[in-house]
Design a protein around this ligand. Structure first.
Ligand code: C2E
Ligand code: MG
Ligand code: MG
Ligand code: MG
Length: 286
């Protein structure tokens, strides 16, 4: 259809592959058909502890592999999925898929799986029950699940959303604030969020050069997190000097290409089975 030709046109010309849809009902039915056809898959990116480089968990990231077109990046379809409401269907599928994968990872390590949740999901009356069912059906203990919500999609003024977060935390599930520092974060909002982890956005990490010029921003974020009793996870760590600086400022965990690209669930399981993470196992270019 139209979206498909727009996409292939974008690929051919090497330009942006963003698809522009005409109507949200069309988007929803196209995405639903893709899910039914098995075109979505979940890849996992390792998260390591900053001190030792040990794998502590993995973030589940959705991929849409379009036949004949290859992978469509999430940033190209998540906004459409959010506008059309399909995101709720997709997020629940990713949640169930990720819980099942993590439940099969080696038992001797209490590795966490981290799942992205659109803020609008938290306003759905049945969301809490869906999470409980995903845990029960997979057998994954609640304390091995982390749910990531971006500040920008979370309505911190929604009493219902905050209440769901509180109830999920009471089960032992951890809540992470994703992409911290982007969007319209304010300290009063952050202070009110029932959360455990603050994810330092990639934009703050990317500017960390070999000198310590940008270090004060990292110092401030990690100090703020400590004051609020939150753990910190840095995103998008690509260079050893970035990891070293984050470690120096007390960042707890690190995620990025330096330690591994998103890959198949089996790669995480294999990495966990060994005493140290062989990095080559985790560098599938996805
Ligand atoms: P995010 O949750 O902040 O995920 C981190 C993104 O950074 C991922 O992009 C990951 O592949 C990328 N990344 C990780 N390490 C590095 C690095 O060292 N360098 C660079 N340049 N990038 C790195 P990805 O997979 O394209 O996902 C983009 C966004 O799409 C995610 O950002 C998240 O907001 C959203 N997303 C992905 N999967 C889901 C999902 O299942 N549900 C929802 N609601 N959103 C999702
Ligand atoms: Mg995330
Ligand atoms: Mg993030
Ligand atoms: Mg991000």
């Amino acid at each position: 259809g139209r979206a498909e030709s727009a996409l292939s046109e974008a690929r051919r010309t090497g330009g942006s592959s963003t698809v522009h849809y005409e109507d949200t009902a069309g988007v929803a039915s196209q995405l639903t058909a893709a899910l039914t056809a098995g075109e979505f898959t979940v890849v996992y990116q390792p998260i390591v502890d900053a001190a030792e480089g040990r794998v502590t968990g993995a973030e589940a990231l959705v991929r849409w592999i379009r036949p004949g077109l290859g992978p469509v990046p999430p940033n190209d379809f998540i906004p459409d999925a959010e506008r059309s409401g399909f995101i709720r269907v997709l997020d629940r599928w990713v949640l169930r898929t990720a819980c099942q994968a993590a439940a099969s990872w080696p038992r001797h390590v209490a590795t966490k799986v981290t799942v992205n949740v659109s803020g609008q999901e938290l306003d759905q009356p049945d969301y809490y029950d869906q999470v409980v069912a995903a845990l029960a059906d997979s057998g994954l203990p609640a304390d091995r699940l982390v749910l990531e919500v971006t500040e920008s999609t979370l309505d911190a003024d929604s009493a219902a959303a905050l209440d769901v977060l509180r109830r999920l935390r009471a089960l032992g599930i951890r809540i992470a604030i994703d992409d911290f520092g982007t969007g319209y974060s304010s300290l009063s909002r952050l202070h009110r969020l029932p959360a455990d982890i603050l994810k330092i956005d990639r934009s703050f990490v990317a500017v960390l050069g070999p000198t310590d010029q940008e270090a004060p921003v990292i110092a401030a974020i990690t100090a703020l997190a400590r004051t609020l009793g939150l753990r910190t996870v840095a995103e998008g760590v690509e260079e050893p000097h970035q990891a070293a600086l984050l470690r120096r400022y007390g960042c707890d965990e690190i995620q990025g290409w330096l330690y591994g690209r998103p890959g198949d669930p089996e790669l995480i399981g294999a990495a966990l089975a060994g005493p140290r993470t062989p990095n080559h196992l985790l560098t599938g270019n996805r």
